[in-house]
Design a protein around this ligand. Structure first.
Ligand SMILES: O=C(CO)[C@@H](O)[C@H](O)COP(=O)(O)O
Length: 228
């Protein structure tokens, strides 16, 4: 079954290569390469130069990936006013849209999560390394995925912050206690050495940019991240 059609659950171990580390001149081919190497989802980082200190790409890139490959699109909005831009990412073909909980993202978090789901898209909520876990707790029953950043967002190729695993463990414990079903995603510095730490803590969606796209053998890298 094509990845974009499957009903993914938190019991699936999902590797999501991050397009940020791909060759932007060959986006369709790079996406196919990721899928053929065993990648389950494509992770697309949207950066606006305000919420984070980098500018990546926008809805047109999401649309290109959507039009050229049938893969689940995991769109991470590192932008201000995500509620304003939301319809454009929905129209572009996003399957999951993740927004940030920090006040600097300048939106009503609960209302944006509701709007994402009302648009028929899965809703994700992200928190930065410096953000206390408590800030996401009021929203846990409104989300399909919690994204625990394991680097300060903005750039690929940074070192994994292992102390974020306490948040992953907490998210998994609350999910079990409350009978919820959100995925737990980690993003930043995930590679064959750090992936086992993430999996052991309870993360099931592993975003990996540099360690997949820049590997000599992408298929071997994805397998190693999966723990095979
Ligand atoms: O959101 C981000 C960076 O802000 C990530 O999705 C990066 O794309 C991950 O890159 P690596 O750390 O795996 O190279």
């Amino acid at each position: 079954m094509p990845s974009g059609m499957k009903n993914w659950t938190y019991q699936d171990l999902i590797v999501a290569p991050s397009l940020l580390a791909a060759d932007f001149g060959r986006v369709a081919e790079e996406t196919s390469r990721a899928i053929n190497s065993g990648g389950d989802w494509m992770h697309l980082d949207i950066m606006d130069g305000n919420f984070v200190d980098n500018i990546s790409f926008g809805p047109a890139m999401v649309e290109t990936v959507h039009a050229t490959n049938d893969v689940f699109l995991d769109v991470h909005l590192m932008i201000q006013r995500p509620d304003h831009y939301l319809p454009r990412f929905v129209a572009a073909g996003a399957d999951m849209i993740t927004v940030h909980v920090e006040p600097e993202a300048t939106h009503d978090v609960g209302a944006t999560l509701a709007a994402i789901r009302a648009a028929g898209v899965k809703a994700g909520l992200a928190l930065n390394p410096a953000t206390e876990f408590e800030s996401v707790v009021p929203f846990l029953d409104q989300i399909d995925m919690l994204l625990c950043m394991t680097v300060v967002p903005g750039f690929g190729g940074q070192s994994f912050m292992g102390d974020m695993m306490a948040k992953v463990e907490r998210a998994a414990a609350i999910r079990a206690e409350k009978g919820l079903s959100y995925h737990i995603e980690v993003d930043g510095g995930v590679d064959p050495d750090t992936a086992p730490i993430c999996r052991a803590a309870g993360a099931n969606v592993l975003v990996a940019g540099s360690s997949t796209f820049k590997a000599a053998d992408m298929k071997a890298a994805v397998s190693a991240i999966r723990g095979e």
